[in-house]
Design a protein around this ligand. Structure first.
Ligand code: ATP
Ligand code: MG
Length: 462
């Protein structure tokens, strides 16, 4: 059952109060039943005593049986203002002999073994009636009659009410008190959670320190560890972003400063050939700055994969690679590199993903292969299928990447020292982000002719 699922405090108080209220009610009923039973018994007993006392006053006057009451006995009977006492004497067959004739007719009065108690109505009020068989004292042979005494139940009702009040009021106070104790206990018991809540609320992007698990209750320790784990990851991610922004700013500053210096130099030139040469330098620097900005944007875009910004649809990888090759042919020709595309046999090889970013991934891998492979080298691009998964491989016979550097080359702005080629160290970082967005795996292994490098991107089964 789902009740007040919003508040743990309310749920605890509710589920503790329901049984307490039920117990209180049950206890009240039992106490009331036992109390009234006890009061009724003592009421009946006193009624029986009166009937016995009246029996002892039975007399025979001629043929009539009478109860001969002394004035003091009469006053005792009328003593109670609220409760009236009535009596009558009947023969064993039920015929009226003496007393108050208004008594109601009662069933089963023959064969009375002891006092018989019944409820009835007399004089427009509820009465309790005792019937008792007695022998008329001093008469031989024995003559038995039935003596009946009735008493109005006002006292009994009052007693029941006072029993009820004496049970209900303490019970009500007890429930009220238990509610207060439970409320206090729950508030106290949940206070560590409040503290935990404040600790989490106090965390900001500038303060992602882990929450102290010592202060947390044992039951919520897994939650605290999970929060700390999350805080750690968020902090690591934030640090990466901060570093990225700082590095980007630094990387952009260099080509822009170069551009400025070259433009100033060009402005100072007077000869058309010098101006031409200086402007071509400005052009190269502007191209470099433009590529860097493009790479930074592409990296920022591919990082958003969690928000599914890429339009995922089936795209033909064969076609993408063919287009990238066309773009890089001039570069390959310039370096006399043998650029080969080992296309997959099937005319179309489908990958679920984003056309533009897959183009960018392939282009970065091909750009690296062409850029770092020596003149006259070889670059092979291959599309294959392994256990139903599409595999794109770009291999070369260039200088390769030392084993210990292979993990680092995917970091942003990381470049292997000693290569004379220009670059900003973002190409493989972009490749990694795009592969991640497509749930693809990247591996590095030996390139062509046991030299160079081969980078494999394995796409998931679509
Ligand atoms: N095919 C390759 N052969 C040899 N070294 C490579 C190859 N591909 C990448 N590298 C090394 O890995 C480093 C990182 O490559 P990455 O593409 O990330 O950056 P980059 O090529 O230096 O710059 P850019 O951002 O312009 O691509 C490169 O500096 C290079 O040293
Ligand atoms: Mg590169």
């Amino acid at each position: 059952m789902k009740v007040l699922s919003g508040s743990l405090k309310e749920q605890l108080i509710l589920w503790l109060m329901i049984p307490i209220l039920m117990l209180g009610f049950l206890q009240g009923c039992v106490a009331y039943y036992l109390g009234t039973n006890f009061a009724n018994n003592s009421f009946d007993e006193s009624l029986g005593d009166i009937a016995s006392a009246l029996s002892s006053q039975l007399k025979i006057k001629g043929q009539n049986v009478k109860i001969n009451l002394s004035p003091s006995a009469k006053s005792i009977l009328e003593y109670d203002d609220d409760d009236k006492i009535f009596y009558q004497v009947l023969g064993l067959q039920g015929q009226f002999l003496d007393g108050d004739p208004r008594f109601p007719k009662l069933k089963s009065l023959t064969d009375l073994k002891g006092p018989d108690y019944q409820n009835g109505r007399l004089d427009h009020q509820k009465v309790r009636i005792v019937s008792m068989e007695s022998a008329i004292p001093g008469v031989i042979p024995l003559r038995n009659v039935i003596v009946q005494v009735a008493k109005s139940a006002t006292d009994r009702v009052e007693l029941s009410h006072s029993i009820l009040m004496s049970v209900v009021i303490p019970q009500f106070l007890l429930v009220l008190f238990s509610w207060f104790i439970i409320w206090f206990g729950v508030i106290r018991g949940l206070s560590p959670l409040e503290k935990l809540c404040t600790a989490v609320r106090n965390r900001t992007p500038r303060n992602l320190a882990p929450i102290n698990p010592i202060e947390a209750p044992r039951e919520v320790l897994p939650l605290v560890h999970a929060i700390n784990d999350l805080l750690g990851r968020v902090e690591a991610d934030l640090n990466i972003h901060r570093r990225f922004v700082a590095n980007s700013a630094h990387q952009l500053k260099t080509p822009l400063a170069g551009l400025q210096a070259q433009a100033e130099f060009a402005l100072k030139q007077t000869q058309p050939e010098d101006i031409q040469q200086a402007l071509s330098q400005v052009h190269i620097s502007a191209q470099r700055a433009g590529r860097l900005v493009e790479q930074l944007l592409s990296l920022a875009r591919s990082e958003q994969d969690e928000h599914h910004l890429f339009t995922q649809k089936f795209v033909d990888l064969n076609q993408i690679v063919r287009n990238v090759m066309i773009e890089h042919v001039p570069h390959a020709l310039q370096k006399k590199i043998d650029l080969i595309f080992e296309e997959n046999d099937s005319s179309e090889i489908s990958v679920l993903g984003d056309q533009t970013s897959l183009y960018e991934l392939t282009s970065n891998l091909m750009d690296n292969a062409l850029r770092y492979t020596q003149n006259g080298g070889q670059v092979v691009v291959r599309i294959g299928k392994e256990t139903g998964r599409v595999v794109l491989t770009v291999s070369d016979n260039g200088p390769g990447i030392p084993l210990e550097k292979r993990d680092h080359v995917f970091e942003r702005f990381y470049r292997v020292l000693g290569n004379a080629t220009e670059g900003s160290g973002l190409g493989l970082a972009i490749v990694r982000e795009i592969a991640r967005a497509h749930h693809a795996e990247i591996e590095m292994c030996e390139g062509l002719d046991n030299q160079g490098i081969s980078i494999r991107v394995t796409f998931p089964v679509a």
